[in-house]
Structures are given as C-alpha cells and as structure tokens.
Design a protein around this ligand. Structure first.
Ligand SMILES: *[C@@H]1O[C@H](CO)[C@@H](O)[C@H](O)[C@H]1NC(C)=O
Ligand SMILES: *[C@@H]1O[C@H](CO)[C@@H](O)[C@H](O)[C@H]1NC(C)=O
Ligand SMILES: *[C@@H]1O[C@H](CO)[C@@H](O)[C@H](O)[C@H]1NC(C)=O
Length: 396
C-alpha cells in the first residue's frame, strides 16, 4: 500500500516536471516550433478549410502597367529585361507570327553564367536534341535561361566566355538582369515571354533547374500519353505539388518572405521549381498573368502559383517528378522516373545507366512486377531515402 502510494506520487512529480520543461522548451524554441509545426498547421487549415485565394487578385494585379494588348516593349518594372543573347529562330519561326517548326517540347533550363560544366553535361546527356530526335522521334528544343553575373568585376570575362559558348551551341538565352536567387522571378518571366514570342506553337513548355536529371525517353512517352488522352494535352500543369505551403518567416532562411510582402498564411498550390511541365495553352495563360501581376514575390515557383491561381489553373501531381532529392539508383526506378534533383558530376553515369537497354531486361509479367514493387517499396517507403518520390510511387 505504502510503496504503491509513493510510486504514484513519483509518477505525478515526473509528469509535472516534464510538462514544465515542455512549456519552457516551447517558449525558448518558439521560433523553431512556429517554423516546423504551427505555420504548417495554420497553412494547412487555411488551404483545406477555406481555400480561397481571391485576395491575390486585388493584391497582385497592378493596374498602372496594365497592358491588355500584350505588346512586347521592354518593361523592367514587370521583370522584363532586354536580351543580351537571343535566338529568335530556335523554334523555326522568327517571332513575327510565322508558324515555325512543329515543336513538342520547349525545355528551359534555368542556369547561371558560371555553370559551364552543368550545361555541357546536359548537352551531352538528356539535353541532346539530336539524340531525342533520332532515337525518340520527338522535337524538343533545349535552351538555357540566364542573367548576368552578379559580381561586376568578373562580368566582362564571363560574358566573353558565354558568347564563345553560345557561338558553339547556339542555345543560350540571356537577359540583362543580375543572376541572383532573388531575381529568379525575372528568369521565370523570361521563359514565359520568350516562349510566347518565339515558340508559341510548342505543345508543352518545361522549366527545370540545371542540376536536374531528366529521363527523356520516359518524359517523351508520358507527354505522348497526355496528348492522346481525352484532354488532348491541354490544361496541363504537372510536377511535384506543394499544397498549403506556409511562407517561411525565419529571417535566416533563403526562402524568407516578410509579412508586408505576403501577409497570408498559405501560398496557393504550386509545383516545385526543380522541374515542371505546362501545356501550350497554360503557358499562354501564365504569360498573360505575368503582364497583369506585380512580380514582387521573388520565389519563382510561388510566383508561378500566384499567376496560375489568378488564371484559374491548378497543378497536378506526378509521383515520378522529384521536388528535392535524388532518385535511388535502380533499374526498377529508371523504368518510371521522370526527373531527379541535385545532380552534378553523376549526370553522365546516371544517363548511361538509366537509358541502358538492359533496364528493360527486368522480367515482365507478374514476377517482374512483384520484384520491382518490392524493390520500390524498400527504396521509397522506408524512412531511409527522404524527399525523393513518395511511397505511393512504389505502387504505380
Ligand atoms: C480572381 O481569382 C479567382 C481565383 O482565385 C479567379 O478564378 C478569377 O478569374 C480571378 N479574377 C480575375 C479578374 O483575375
Ligand atoms: C547527340 O546524339 C547524337 C545522336 O544520337 C550523337 O551522334 C551525338 O554524338 C550526341 N552528342 C553529344 C554531345 O553527346
Ligand atoms: C535583379 O537584377 C537587377 C538588374 O540587373 C538588379 O538591379 C537588381 O539588384 C537585382 N535584384 C536582386 C535582388 O538581385
């Protein structure tokens, strides 16, 4: 009896102590807690219970620069800078309304002046237009979107190197803005304006980071499926979707957005900027949105979400388009993957492995499917590999 009472007493004491400690911890780590838990709860509640983003219309549409005719004169206040390197006839037209080539996909790689090696690796692997044409029978135009180097002292030297590179490959599109993280929205606007002016016949437009791997055969196959589907390849915006993402308020974060720039608790849905695809009609709508909206939000994929929301477009998820992490290396993944993020030196070896004909030597039928499902569950559903494809992808 006595022993029992003492034990209860002890348990209560411990409970009280832990509660106290937790409260103290919450006060001390409030910023962390707010960043990791509270802001997400708030954003999710907003996204799933209220889900109205009408405030975007009144807050981001700036009437002063409203240009209904979509005239193409340079308007820097809208993030539209003059071209320094351009290829108006890349898609076969010359930008004066001529139809141009039949282009399936216009693929913009967001690069930076100093990333010569990344661009070369892309040209040698998934970005090889003639490989895509001869081996896959698809017309894909790959161009690199750039600004100017942010360091004025290095700019002239780098610019000379860029001109040489462009003479050799003819695939750089450069505008006169500083190539910085906070100017990514200018780069987004570049892509949609260039696409509208010089390649508006393209069936699809893709935007990708320059450290991404794209499994081109799988992407082409997927886009063909989309074109032959009921929608006929219209009304598509597909990628790794962020739903109900809260603005980051922590000042030391790269993604920090102050309250006066975006006071609301949740962004409209958007796809991760690492890589996403839109159909031509959606690209045209985004282009028109960029003429109306104030590009003050410097996170490009969030700005894309705002543009899309005001045009009534919502993103779709593709489980094999990566938001952040690298895909696991395995033939059962290569069979399905579309993009994988965070590659540099391994781009060439991955391209070799992922497009190797032996990938298809995995036995088909029930046994092969079962084998690959088990492999994918191990690779994607265990907490070991995070941030690549969701566990759901194992079963698709
Ligand atoms: C305002 O926003 C809604 C969606 O939030 C959209 O459907 C509508 O077209 C927008 N109106 C204008 C004038 O842009
Ligand atoms: C691109 O692909 C073509 C056709 O497959 C090939 O002949 C060429 O060597 C490739 N170019 C590069 C830079 O890998
Ligand atoms: C963006 O580029 C413009 C034009 O070069 C420059 O004036 C501005 O400082 C840049 N903004 C940021 C945030 O880097």
């Amino acid at each position: 009896m006595f022993m029992n009472f003492r034990r209860i007493h002890k348990v209560q004491c411990i409970q009280l102590l832990t509660t106290g400690l937790m409260l103290c911890g919450m006060i001390v780590f409030w910023e962390e807690l707010d960043h990791h838990v509270v802001s997400h709860l708030r954003a999710f509640t907003y996204r799933y219970l209220i889900n109205s983003y009408d405030f975007l219309n009144s807050s981001f549409i700036s009437n002063h620069h409203h240009r209904k005719d979509g005239s193409n004169s340079v308007d820097v206040s809208k993030g539209n800078y003059p071209y320094l390197i351009n290829h108006p006839d890349k898609c076969g037209g010359s930008g004066d309304g001529k139809t141009g080539d039949d282009v399936m996909l216009l693929l913009f790689v967001k690069s930076s002046p100093e990333n010569f090696e990344q661009r070369q690796a892309i040209r040698d692997t998934w970005g090889n237009e003639s490989f895509i044409w001869t081996e896959l029978g698809a017309s894909v135009k790959v161009v690199f979107a750039l600004g100017i180097h942010q360091d004025g002292s290095q700019r002239a030297k780098l610019q000379a190197a860029l001109l040489l590179e462009d003479q050799a490959y003819g695939d750089l599109i450069q505008q006169n803005f500083e190539d910085t993280f906070h100017n990514l929205t200018a780069k987004l606007i570049l892509q949609f304006h260039w696409g509208h002016k010089y390649c508006c016949q393209a069936r699809f437009l893709m935007s990708a980071d320059d450290d991404i791997f794209i499994h081109m055969p799988n992407l082409v196959k997927y886009l063909r499926q989309v074109m032959s589907s009921q929608s006929g390849g219209r009304d598509l915006w597909v990628g790794h979707v962020h739903r109900g993402a809260p603005p980051v308020r922590r000042k030391n974060s790269k993604y920090h957005v102050p309250y006066d720039l975006y006071p609301w608790s949740s962004y409209p849905d958007y796809t991760a900027g690492a890589g996403y695809v839109v159909s031509g009609d959606v690209a045209a709508k985004i282009y028109h949105a960029t003429l109306l909206l104030n590009p003050s939000i410097y996170i490009d994929d969030v700005f894309m979400g705002i543009c899309a929301k005001t045009m009534g477009i919502s993103p779709q998820e593709h489980v094999y388009i990566s938001g952040e992490g690298k895909a696991p290396y395995h033939p059962c993944i290569y069979d399905r993957m579309i993009t994988s993020h965070g590659h540099a030196t391994d781009l060439r070896s991955l391209w070799q492995a992922a497009t190797n004909p032996t990938v298809h030597s995995i036995p088909k039928g029930f046994i092969g499917n079962l084998y690959c499902t088990v492999v994918r569950v191990v690779l994607l559903c265990l907490p070991y590999y995070q941030n690549t494809y969701s566990c759901m992808a194992a079963f698709i």
